[in-house]
Design a protein around this ligand. Structure first.
Ligand code: ADP
Ligand code: MG
Length: 563
């Protein structure tokens, strides 16, 4: 029931992307995107340390990827769940979840400024193919940002949710979500109010970034340049130029002129050449599609519609590959950049049983098989014994009986793995623990139960014949991380100076001007120098309205020059 005095907490959905992040709110029966301090809906998931030691998040940081690559990081979501650390400047290093927390914190601030109230919780989307560890780390990133995760929702499922509100037909749909760093394929069926996911699969190491990286390799190879011998700034500026070239390819053949490593070089790219360079990547898109269809027991022609999600589906090469594979044109009337955030907010509304969506029922699946290692006599490696098979509807709880191998055995090792290969050595190790066995002189029977919740988090229970139970929710702390490391992360973030939100528009323009100056030559460069000096003067004058009007003009001029 709604309290008449305290306003109800806003219903928020966050798309924490590899490239861009967004926040949306459910208001008056629909999901709405919330703009950031610059008025943009998309906040680049990029973090940089400014010269004065304060953190910059978003568009200003993205411009600094080129001008200050050593003090800036992007695409850290790709490493969520690993121990990789990112160095920013000379004496700061961050984990992927700390960097994600900075992005989440910035979205939270934007929402608070826009809504005029405090924000404490949200539904957050994750790639369907994210593992248990990656999901936990995402929850930890939210916690670091002062946000409670109401629910984790799989990105393609969120897209399906937003899309479900627009379509009233009964249909079998394939969602093809290719973002900056991850690829997800989900096959589902709308029988509104029911949205039923039949199969979900993907590749956590395939995305638009890889297409840019392939162009960079091809270009360096042609110019016979060794990337290790290039200055980081020069390499970053070439990567940036190729990223822009890739995004413009839909408009026709493109020409790159790059000034670095002592000379100006040219590189031409058209669709045919790009497709050749991308052949191995395009081929990798097929396997998950085929698997999702096989698991859903459908043939391509059984699908009623095909939805493209994610910025990288704007690539003509990708669209063409999908059209050929399915023999039809994909459906994409909803903006592929924003649909996931809108769907996450729709899910928040669903949870709160908002009127417009109260009838929607969503069922999702576990995208991979989960099981334990079991010995097979003299085999070199342990076999993988599945307990929850991939594409089982969640939440789910499954139990299987196993036996100890020797009567004198003192303990048994339960090693949990995820994957689709018969030997555990080829699957992803999740966690292991030991269950002590009482001495009875006989073999022990153990019932191993896996419970997988709607957030995609796993709990393991082992029950001995005596009734003795060992419960192991893979983690004890909210994150599965060691409590000391968690406390250190909290401290590190609390000590950071974050660039003030209201100063961001000016700071971002300065960063853009610097990048534009670096990337241009000749007259254009002189023009940008003039703008830089002019804007610094205007800033010195401290008249807010003059600053705002200059800022608007210069941002437009830079947009026009495509910087
Ligand atoms: P994420 O969800 O991972 O943050 P997005 O859905 O925002 O990713 O997609 C980002 C990817 O889309 C980037 O790799 C970017 O290069 C690519 N992209 C965006 N626009 C275009 C375009 N017009 N043409 C080709 N690729 C694009
Ligand atoms: Mg995305």
């Amino acid at each position: 029931m709604q309290d008449a005095v305290t306003p109800r907490a806003p219903l928020l959905g966050i798309d924490l992307g590899t490239t861009n992040s967004l926040i949306a709110v459910w208001q008056e029966g629909r999901a709405l995107l919330i703009p950031n301090a610059l008025g943009d809906m998309l906040t680049p998931s990029v973090v940089s340390v400014d010269e004065d030691g304060s953190m910059l998040i978003g568009k200003a940081a993205r411009a600094r990827l080129t001008t200050h690559p050593e003090r800036t990081v992007a695409a850290f979501k790709r490493y969520m769940g690993s121990d990789k650390r990112f160095d920013l400047g000379s004496h700061q290093s961050f984990s992927p979840e700390e960097l994600s927390a900075l992005v989440l914190g910035s979205l939270k601030q934007d929402a608070e400024a826009w809504l005029g109230c405090e924000v404490r919780e949200a539904v957050i989307s994750v790639p369907a193919y994210f593992s248990d560890e990656q999901r936990k780390r995402t929850c930890f990133a939210a916690e670091l940002a002062g946000l409670k995760v109401q629910r984790l929702i799989n990105e393609p499922t969120a897209a399906a949710m937003a899309y479900g509100l627009h379509e009233q037909k009964f249909e079998r749909t394939l969602i093809f979500d290719l973002g900056g760093g991850t690829f997800d394929v989900t096959v589902l069926e709308y029988a509104l109010p029911l949205i039923e996911v039949h199969a979900s699969t993907g590749d956590n190491f395939l995305g638009g970034e890889d297409f840019t990286a392939a162009l960079l390799q091809a270009c360096l190879k042609e110019w016979q340049l060794n990337p290790a011998a290039l200055e980081p700034q020069a390499l970053a500026s070439l990567g940036d130029a190729l990223e822009q070239l890739k995004c413009k390819l839909g408009e026709g053949p493109q020409q790159l002129s790059w000034n670095g490593a002592g000379e100006t070089r040219e590189w031409a790219l058209d669709e045919t050449r790009a497709q050749k360079i991308w052949e191995p990547l395009l081929a990798r898109l097929r396997a998950p599609i085929e698997q999702a269809l096989r698991d859903a027991r459908l043939r391509p022609r059984d699908l009623d519609s095909l939805v493209l999600v994610g910025g990288a589906t704007r690539m003509p090469a990708v669209q063409q590959m999908v059209a050929t594979l399915f023999g039809r044109l994909p459906y994409r009337h909803l903006d592929p950049d924003t649909i996931v955030a809108l769907g996450a907010a729709t899910q928040a509304a669903c949870k709160a049983r908002e009127q417009a969506v109260e009838e929607l029922i969503l069922t999702d699946v576990c995208p991979y098989t989960l099981g334990i290692a079991t010995t097979r006599g003299e085999e070199i490696s342990d076999a993988f014994s599945p307990i929850i098979e991939r594409n089982t509807i969640i939440p789910t709880s499954r139990e299987q009986r196993f036996y100890s191998t020797h009567p004198d055995q003192k303990a048994i090792r339960i090693a949990v793995y995820q994957g689709e290969r018969p030997w555990v050595r080829d699957n992803i190790f999740i966690e292991e623990f030991r269950v002590p066995l009482p001495h009875t002189g006989a073999l022990h029977a153990l019932d191993v139960r896996f419970s997988y919740d709607i957030n995609g988090l796993l709990e393991v229970d082992v029950t001995l014949a005596s009734g003795e139970r060992h419960s192991h929710s893979i983690d004890r702390s909210p994150t599965g991380l060691d409590p000391q490391a968690c406390a250190a992360s909290h401290e590190r973030l609390a000590a950071l100076k974050i660039h003030p939100r209201d100063a961001l528009p000016n700071r971002t323009l300065l960063a853009r001007l610097e990048r534009a100056w670096m990337q241009s030559l000749g007259e254009e460069r002189e023009q940008i120098r003039y703008w830089l000096d002019e804007f610094n003067n205007v800033l010195g004058g401290q008249h807010p309205s003059t600053i705002a009007s200059h800022r608007k003009q210069l941002n437009e001029a830079l947009d026009e020059l495509r910087f």
